[in-house]
Design a protein around this ligand. Structure first.
Ligand code: NAD
Ligand code: MG
Length: 334
């Protein structure tokens, strides 16, 4: 089991004399930077002049510098640009200013684990990875709470890398919820596996195939949408609050009986075999095929990725959903 730390196990003062450069001001950047600033840390934002995020960061009260300048000024450099551009930002802006004793920080282990970035041995390399999207991280912090986060140390040059990681995690508010220690390998490979086979890829395909099955059998697409997509939230909220048992306690006995008898025939041993294949394409010691493919995509200007994005966006369930959600006044229109 992972070692879990709380605020009392951290010393945020360790980072108070440092300047922390947060490169990128997207989902994670805006949230982590603001939480750290509100926790009393000195944060500057590194963004290219032409970036649309510059105005946003300035409006949030930050000093915004060119990434090179930010890296020169900072003792702690946190890389929150998209994973596929991190190695380029590293070569251009970070590497020239990565002086002895500085810290290089990530929120996902992708580039370090698959060695697209190789840091010199005289700097600390650690990770602080919140287990939630940036907007949640910011909102929960403002409400006085925190989002559980992972920390990992890849390289400890100063002897202080882990204390720095704990202080950094406390800065984003994670100490209020729990800080779990892991490794770059485990964070990277489990994160990719989870999003591909269960959370994003698994769930969306489960929804689409369920919807298709009902519609192809002649049922009303509106009803199929409610059964196969809309109610997912109601079920996952129960699972989130109290695990599978809480969900099974809340649903009818009929639903529970069908869960046990039909569920395993849909998500069967064949699906588990496919999951194992997904995992082995992710694992570095099996060749790291997924990471290579994804970096190739970025080099070919995401041609295939854009095509997949369009194909998926034009699935009939999306048009049905758009129409039905207009009837739901309780949904925020963003
Ligand atoms: P994002 O796409 O939301 O934001 C990226 C930011 O980087 C933008 O502000 C963009 O303007 C900026 N940027 C792009 N190119 C740049 C460059 N060349 N130089 C400087 N800035 C540049 O990204 P994100 O989702 O916040 O992801 C950042 C990191 O956090 C990734 O490593 C990701 O894996 C990790 N992470 C994300 C989430 C999440 O919920 N989104 C959760 C955990 C970890
Ligand atoms: Mg994830």
């Amino acid at each position: 089991m992972a070692q879990i730390y709380y605020e009392k196990d951290t010393d945020i003062n360790l980072l108070k004399k440092d300047t922390i450069a947060v490169l990128g001001y997207g989902s994670q950047g805006h949230a982590q930077a603001q939480n750290m600033k509100d926790s009393g840390l000195n944060v500057v934002i590194g963004l290219p002049e032409k970036s649309r995020s510059v105005e946003v960061a300035k409006n949030d009260g930050f000093e915004v510098l060119d990434p090179k300048k930010a890296c020169e000024k900072a003792e702690v450099i946190q890389v929150l640009v998209p994973d596929t551009v991190q190695s380029q930002v590293y070569e251009e802006s970070i590497s020239p200013h990565l002086k002895e004793g500085k810290a290089l920080v990530f929120s996902h282990g992708f580039n370090i684990h698959y060695e697209f970035i190789k840091a010199p041995s005289n700097v600390d390399v650690y990770m602080v990875a919140p287990k939630g999207p940036g907007h949640l991280l910011r909102r929960v912090y403002q409400e006085g709470g925190g989002v559980p986060s992972l920390i990992a140390v890849h390289q400890d040059a100063t002897g202080n890398a882990k204390s720095r990681a704990l202080a950094h995690a406390a800065g984003i508010g994670a100490g209020r919820a729990g800080i779990l220690e892991t490794s770059f390998r485990d964070e990277t490979e489990t994160d990719l596996f989870g999003e591909q086979s269960v959370l994003c890829g698994g769930l969306s395909n489960l929804i689409m195939k369920g919807f298709e099955t009902l519609v192809e059998a002649g049922y009303d697409p509106d009803i199929a949408y409610f059964e196969c997509l809309h109610e997912v939230k109601l079920i996952t909220d129960l699972i989130y609050e109290g695990g599978l048992s809480r969900m099974r306690y809340s649903i009818s006995d009929t639903a529970e009986y069908g869960d046990y008898t039909s569920g395993p025939t849909v998500i069967d041993s064949q699906v588990k075999e496919s999951m194992k294949q997904v995992l082995s394409r992710i694992q570095k010691d099996k060749g790291g095929e997924f990471a290579k493919k994804w970096m190739e995509e970025s080099r070919s200007k995401y041609k295939n990725f854009q095509k997949l994005r369009q194909e998926n966006a034009s699935h009939p369930i999306e048009a049905v959903g758009k129409k039905l959600r207009n009837m739901m006044s309780f949904l925020s229109k963003k």
